[in-house]
Design a protein around this ligand. Structure first.
Ligand SMILES: Nc1ncnc2c1ncn2[C@@H]1O[C@H](COP(=O)(O)OP(=O)(O)O)[C@@H](O)[C@H]1O
Ligand SMILES: [Mg+2]
Length: 238
């Protein structure tokens, strides 16, 4: 059965799109067939992070409005043959996508994929609802900053009202030096505060920002951290 996972956060800029792209790439590298879907309508950038920006022909709205079949909108990633990207709209057209539209589209696309990862927009508005309603599992991304943790906590309480089978946390942009100096919370503390399992801890590393998902050097800590996250997702760490 296809696992449909929404990557969400509450707060913007904490790394949802980066986690979606890198986790998608790792899963593909592990032999899974993966579709990453940009549900951040209007502020899309999953196409950029996955390096397919210049290959976009159709988008989510074209699929929903019948200008193409969903499979025609999928772009095979240049970094891995098992990874496909469903790009979001370039125009500000989020009203044209209803929760039912998106759910139906993702349901239809999931045939032929082991994983569909949905990159959620920031906040807890309509876009969040659409993305979460289309999925069965959620990953909540947070940093160790108080504002991000507070938003993650709110998002987690909302997610508990959806019928999701798994919810896990990824702590992103962690700074080992700040944790060692007790200036930032440890992942264990974050897990306790949010009362939800931490399934991944990704270090702050400029290469996550500068490189496309497929180009992270294998020796860097972030590469290893995405590998661990991927195996926790596959094995459903609980
Ligand atoms: N682990 C990380 N280390 C360093 N920079 C990161 C990391 N994760 C994300 N970034 C950078 O932070 C910025 C926001 O990340 P992004 O994935 O776009 O967040 P969101 O989708 O939640 O808005 C981007 O410039 C991205 O490259
Ligand atoms: Mg984003």
């Amino acid at each position: 059965m296809t696992r449909k996972i929404v990557i969400t956060s509450g707060k913007g800029g904490v790394g949802k799109t980066s986690i979606t792209a890198n986790l998608g790439y790792r899963l593909a590298l592990g032999g899974k067939r993966v579709c990453v879907c940009d549900a951040d309508f209007g502020l899309n950038n999953l196409d950029v992070v996955t390096g397919v920006e210049n290959l976009v022909v159709y988008d989510v709205v074209d699929c929903i409005e019948g200008r193409c079949r969903p499979k025609q909108a999928l772009i095979q990633s240049p970094s891995h043959k098992n990874l496909y990207v469903l790009p979001s709209v370039h125009t500000f057209a989020k009203e044209r996508v209803s929760p039912e539209n998106l759910k139906e589209l993702i349901e239809g696309l999931s045939v032929g994929f082991d994983f569909v990862l949905v990159d959620c927009p920031a906040g807890i508005g309509g876009g969040f609802h659409k993305a979460v309603s289309a999925c069965d599992e959620a990953i909540v991304v947070t940093t160790s900053q108080i504002s991000s943790l507070r938003d993650a906590d709110k998002v987690l309480s909302i997610l508990r009202s959806y019928k999701l089978s798994e919810i896990g946390i990824v702590v992103n942009m962690i700074r080992g030096d700040l944790v060692a100096d007790k200036l930032a919370l440890t992942p264990e503390k974050i897990e306790g505060l949010l009362k939800t399992e931490v399934i991944g801890v990704i270090p702050a590393d400029d290469r996550v920002m500068l490189k496309n998902a497929g180009d992270l050097p294998p020796e860097c800590e972030a590469f290893k951290a995405f590998k661990t996250l991927c195996s926790n997702v596959v094995n459903k760490k609980k």
